[in-house]
Design a binder for this molecule. Structure first.
Ligand code: ADQ
Length: 473
């Protein structure tokens, strides 16, 4: 028996160097890969996904295949056209905006849907080359929602789990999707469907009830003689790695540099992928309002915006970046002096010591997505602040807000609420900051990413065992 992990991207980015013909590979350090590292000791594990390359050369593909096979990775090859339709089209122009409640954004195009079906089928065929009914299948995220049922049709008794990393929306939003029934039927091929919060699981079950007409009983429903369970599995971080980072020499030296640079000024930090769901513009407006209402704070505080490039080349994202550039410039033009820059904005990915140094140096983390499945940045900030005061301001629309109850929660659409939350954070006594951080650290420690992965697999095995005994009796 082995665990078959499936996700859109493999945890390794490979490329063939054109000049030397050598393969270069760098690990994609996502939370999922970290969570699964613990399971590797207990299970054989293979991982199927898109390799990050759209080469159509048979020789290059064969080379990448060989390289990956040694690491138990199985690439799914898609043509550029199919990848664009499935990933850039259906996944990111239909599901992503709709599931994040941006209901005017989806482009419900039949070509995208067809590419999505075709790509899910390509994943299925690739998996079946190397699968047995004894395996445990763990399918991840919104790119592959048809895959559970596709695998089920071929391996009726397999243990299939699915985890959604983004929110599952309310029925009134989900029902707008022209392919709502097909998506639910695809997901229902799994025996266990996991979400970050109980609310997402409840919304999903309500949709199953309304659209597929299945009765719901204690988080489960019956489909084609099988029981499907939906539940909440809040994803965590590698807690130890983040708590220990503040002792590393390169992190300590980064923190020292920030302290010298900012000389007693309060630092507010934001870290996001560039995305409209992250509420970056609203946050800048909130900071602007704060400076307007609090002239005495001008010169004493700075907002550091760290933004990771994402979905580069998509017009909507280009436009968003332009707006962020302009608005940051506007605030700096309005309030800045030769000795003080209110907004410092970095558009790049940073290495781990720099990220941790920033977290540790920041007096306030301002994390205000308009919607977010979980938001791991909030957890990382809290974990790094061991014995170091700090305040987390968190959007009530992030899944993490369900767990991090001692944060200052805000409605990210309210400019005044953001401004007031910054005031409250600045006024918060150190003892209260420490008390709140410790309470949140306790929660984060308990739901570490390795426990999350092990817990999901354990629950999946239990769900499959129950279904088997029901079918046999
Ligand atoms: P994301 O939308 O990418 O994930 P998030 O959960 O915050 O959002 O994860 C971002 C990760 O990227 C964090 O681990 C962070 O450390 C890292 N990161 C961010 N900016 C960086 C930078 N400039 N340089 C280096 N690293 C940076 C999706 C969903 C979330 C869900 C996760 C996990 O949208 O809601 O929490 O998956 O399920």
């Amino acid at each position: 028996m082995k665990i078959q992990v499936v996700s859109n991207r493999l945890p390794l980015e490979v490329e063939i160097k054109k000049d030397k013909g050598e393969i270069s590979a760098k690990p994609a350090s996502g939370g999922l890969a970290t969570g699964l590292s613990g399971l590797r000791q207990a299970y054989d594990m293979v991982w199927t996904g898109w390799p990050g390359s759209i080469t159509s050369s048979a020789r290059e593909r064969a080379e990448i295949e060989r390289f990956m096979a040694k690491r138990s990775l199985f690439p799914v090859w898609l043509s550029k056209k199919d990848y664009n339709g499935y990933y850039k089209g259906f996944s990111n122009k239909v599901i992503w905006p709709l599931f994040h409640y941006f209901c005017q954004y989806p482009q419900y195009r039949q070509v995208y849907w067809k590419a999505y079906v075709k790509a899910n089928l390509a994943f299925c065929n690739r998996i079946l080359e190397n699968a047995s009914e004894e395996d445990i299948f763990w399918i991840n995220d919104y790119h592959l929602m048809l895959l559970p049922e596709m695998i089920r049709e071929n391996l009726p008794h397999a243990k299939i789990g699915f985890f959604l990393h983004i929110p599952f929306p309310h029925f009134e939003v989900f029902r707008q999707l022209p392919w709502r029934k097909e998506i639910l039927e695809g997901l229902a091929g799994a025996g266990l469907i996991g979400f970050h919060t109980q609310q997402y699981a409840d919304y999903f079950l309500h949709c199953v009830n309304q659209i597929l007409g299945c009765g719901i009983d204690d988080g489960t429903f019956e489909v084609k003689g099988r029981t499907v369970r939906a539940g909440s599995f809040p994803m965590g971080i590698d807690y130890q790695k983040f708590t220990e980072c503040a002792r590393q020499p390169d992190v300590i030296s980064t923190v020292r540099q920030y302290r010298e640079e900012y000389q007693g000024k309060k630092i507010i930090l934001s870290v996001d992928r560039l995305d409209y769901s992250k509420g970056i513009i609203q946050r800048l407006r909130g900071f602007d309002r704060f400076l307007e209402n609090n002239p005495a704070q001008r010169g004493k505080i700075a907002l550091l915006e760290l933004i990771v490039p994402s979905r580069v080349g998509v017009e909507q994202y280009r436009q968003l970046k332009k707006e962020i550039d302009e608005f940051s410039g506007k605030i700096n033009g309005k309030y800045g002096t030769p000795f003080w820059t209110p907004v410092r904005y970095f558009y790049r990915s940073v290495d781990f010591p720099t990220l941790c140094g920033l977290y540790y140096s920041a007096d306030i983390a301002l994390i205000t997505p308009r919607r977010d499945g979980m938001n791991l940045v909030a957890k990382e900030y809290v974990a790094v602040h061991q014995g170091q005061p700090g305040v987390l301001i968190l959007s009530e629309f992030a899944g993490a807000a369900q767990q991090l109850r001692e944060s200052i929660t805000v409605n990210p659409n309210s400019i005044d609420a953001i401004a007031q939350a910054i005031e409250k954070a600045l006024d918060m006594p150190v003892e209260e900051q420490t008390k709140r951080l410790e309470a949140m650290q306790k929660v984060i420690r308990k739901t570490d990413v390795k426990d999350w992965a092990a817990g999901f697999i354990e629950k999946l095995r239990m769900a499959a065992a129950r279904t088997k005994s029901t079918l046999e009796s």
